[in-house]
Design a binder for this molecule. Structure first.
Ligand SMILES: CC(C)(COP(=O)(O)OP(=O)(O)OC[C@H]1O[C@@H](n2cnc3c(N)ncnc32)[C@H](O)[C@@H]1O)[C@@H](O)C(=O)NCCC(=O)NCCS
Ligand SMILES: Nc1ncnc2c1ncn2[C@@H]1O[C@H](COP(=O)(O)OP(=O)(O)OP(=O)(O)O)[C@@H](O)[C@H]1O
Length: 197
């Protein structure tokens, strides 16, 4: 039987990685979109040749340099759309091949831009992780190298949390580790119940 596909998302600092860890601890396989992009950009990865063809300066040591990409995007923001036409089909392929290898009853897809890019259409349900804005801000600004301006810029490019809440099937408030662990266990039990019904 095809696994139940749960799409995990949330804005910056809301707790996607931490929540994904609780699913893994329960034996639920997790596919991570950011990790997939890192594999694509690694030396000899599938994105290197197509990106080299349009942006030779972005290749360093046989891989795609994120710093070089950011410099190029700062010069020409329209490059992001071109980059997406290369990267997104490769990410979708990586996700599909992961799914075909799974024998678990539930799999989680950790996708930061799940709603922004319409990937929710490929999911059986979605889970939004969220937290009050002040907590999100404190978490993000406590990271090394993060500035207020950078935080604002990233937020301005993401769908507002309120809109994500309206779209999500399930919502978990990431206020404490213990409460999230319990909520993840309850959600897994609920999904198994509705599947078997
Ligand atoms: C622009 C790049 C080089 C920045 O890399 P860097 O390691 O510094 O940051 P990171 O990837 O963590 O992204 C930083 C923030 O920008 C947001 N972001 C990244 N790509 C996109 C995008 N295509 N559209 C909107 N927001 C984006 C992320 O959600 C995150 O909040 C990198 O994100 C990239 O190559 N993006 C294009 C590929 C892509 O669309 N990735 C998104 C997942 S499929
Ligand atoms: N349930 C929780 N209880 C307490 N702290 C948490 C919880 N979830 C996440 N945090 C803290 O919030 C911060 C951000 O969490 P995490 O890295 O999981 O978020 P993210 O959504 O994956 O972030 P990004 O979008 O930047 O990748 C971390 O410092 C983490 O320790």
């Amino acid at each position: 039987m095809m696994p139940f596909r749960l799409g995990l998302t949330g804005s910056i600092g809301m707790g996607k990685s931490t929540t994904a860890g609780f699913f893994r601890a329960q034996g639920v396989p997790v596919w991570d979109a950011d990790a997939a992009v890192h594999r694509l950009y690694a030396p000899d990865g599938p994105a290197v040749a197509p990106i080299a063809a349009i942006l030779p300066d972005a290749i360093e040591a046989g891989g795609v340099s994120r710093e070089a990409l950011k410099r190029a995007l700062a010069q020409d923001p329209t490059l992001l759309a071109t980059l997406e036409t290369i990267v997104h089909p490769l990410v979708a392929q990586d996700r599909a091949s992961f799914l075909t290898q799974q024998t678990a009853d539930i799999v989680v897809f950790d996708i930061p831009l799940l709603f922004e890019k319409g990937t929710e259409a490929d999911m059986d349900a979605t889970l939004l992780v969220t937290a009050p804005p002040a907590l999100q801000r404190t978490r993000v600004l406590s990271r090394a190298g993060m500035t207020e301006a950078q935080f604002r810029l990233i937020l301005s490019r993401q769908m507002p949390d309120a809109e994500k809440r309206a779209r999500a099937t399930h919502i978990i408030e990431t206020l404490s580790l213990a409460s999230v662990e319990a909520a993840v266990q309850a959600l897994i039990a609920y999904i198994r119940e509705i599947r078997d019904a």
